[in-house]
Design a protein around this ligand. Structure first.
Ligand code: PMV
Length: 324
């Protein structure tokens, strides 16, 4: 009747960018991520026959009607699966700094999927849990597992073969992921909206699809061989290509700001000095810099000298879902 789950955020090395089905959240391309140790969400779900509607508390405060509606929509999927029609109280704590620009939707929906399914008596694991989390937010399906994770896009119309699979466990390869925050006042184009506009209008989108399938295979090879240089080059190219598609959209848009480019420039300078560090960027201006643990200090030092850098969070590969 009551369950608590913990899920960590993840950062995509090969990006999910575009849906073939908006309702079921089915992607046009497969993607690959690392689950992070530092940022996570803890969620408790309790079903109760006395309740006449769902209620949602976020970081100790009652959430807005809009946020609560999203949770109810997700709980409806769980109620459909379990046959249990009761309403629930959901309490979530996000251990993702709000300033971090990190989407808490991945850890949020992964934790909600795990806690809600368990509280309703469903024994969902792996594949099934990943598919449920996917319905909340695409990237959430990857947060079910720790370490390196692939979201296989699947080919079926009903989404039954679109879920994440673990490809290398957390302890198998330690990397440093420096999440670099910049000052930002720009209004955000949400990933959902950005993807939709790009798929529908960008002539570069076909190029993205073709390249990303190849880059996914190269990244997987690089992970298998623990070839950091190959992985780094591939993930950086993939991120740049994703952002290039937005420039071709109508109306065009982009997520970068001057400070984004400044950080990219510093990382390229580090490489010219022989330090292997690479960037990736999601649907926002902040930059994640990936390097090997032996270079972490040097990279941290260099990035912290940039005026427009507000804060740097150092992350490493983290675990999958757990129940508390
Ligand atoms: O799962 P969403 O809707 O938050 O989309 C995530 C999109 C990117 O962060 C840009 C890429 C990814 O694969 O995480």
């Amino acid at each position: 009747m009551k369950a608590t789950a913990k899920a960590h955020t993840n950062i995509a090395l090969i990006k999910y960018w575009g849906k073939r089905n908006e309702e079921l959240i089915l992607p046009t391309n497969s993607s690959l991520s690392i689950t992070l140790d530092r940022f996570y969400t803890e969620t408790t779900v309790e079903f109760n026959e006395q309740l006449t509607s769902d209620s949602f508390y976020l970081n100790g405060e009652q959430a807005s009607e809009k946020e609560t509606l999203k949770v109810t929509k997700f709980l409806n999927l769980v109620r459909e699966l379990s046959g249990d029609t009761r309403h629930a109280t959901v309490s979530s704590t996000n251990h993702v700094p709000t300033a971090a620009g990190f989407a808490s939707s991945a850890s949020g929906y992964a934790a909600l999927a795990a806690a809600a399914s368990k509280a309703s008596g469903l024994q969902l694991e792996g594949e099934e849990l990943s598919k449920l989390a996917r319905r909340g937010s695409g990237s959430a399906c990857r947060s079910i597992y720790g370490g390196f994770v692939e979201w296989q896009k699947g080919t079926k119309d009903d989404g039954s073969d679109s879920y994440a699979v673990p490809i290398l466990e957390q302890e198998a390869w330690d990397l440093s992921i420096l999440s670099v925050m910049i000052e930002s006042k720009q209004k955000k184009i949400l990933s959902r909206e950005g993807m939709k506009r790009t798929v529908e209008t960008s002539p570069f989108y076909d190029g993205w699809l073709k390249a990303t399938e190849e880059e996914l295979q190269i990244a997987k090879k690089a992970i298998e061989k623990r070839d950091f240089e190959l992985l780094g080059e591939t993930l950086e190219k993939n991120a740049f290509k994703m952002h290039a598609t937005t420039l071709g959209a109508d109306p065009p848009f982009f997520y970068w700001q001057p400070a984004t480019l400044e950080i990219i420039d510093y990382v390229q300078q580090l490489r010219s000095q022989g330090v292997l560090a690479y960037v990736t960027i999601d649907a926002g201006p902040n930059v994640k810099v990936i390097c090997e643990p032996k270079d972490e200090q040097k990279v941290y030092q260099t990035l912290s000298e940039i005026d427009s850098v507000k804060e740097i969070f150092v992350c490493h590969p983290g675990p999958g879902i757990s129940y508390l």
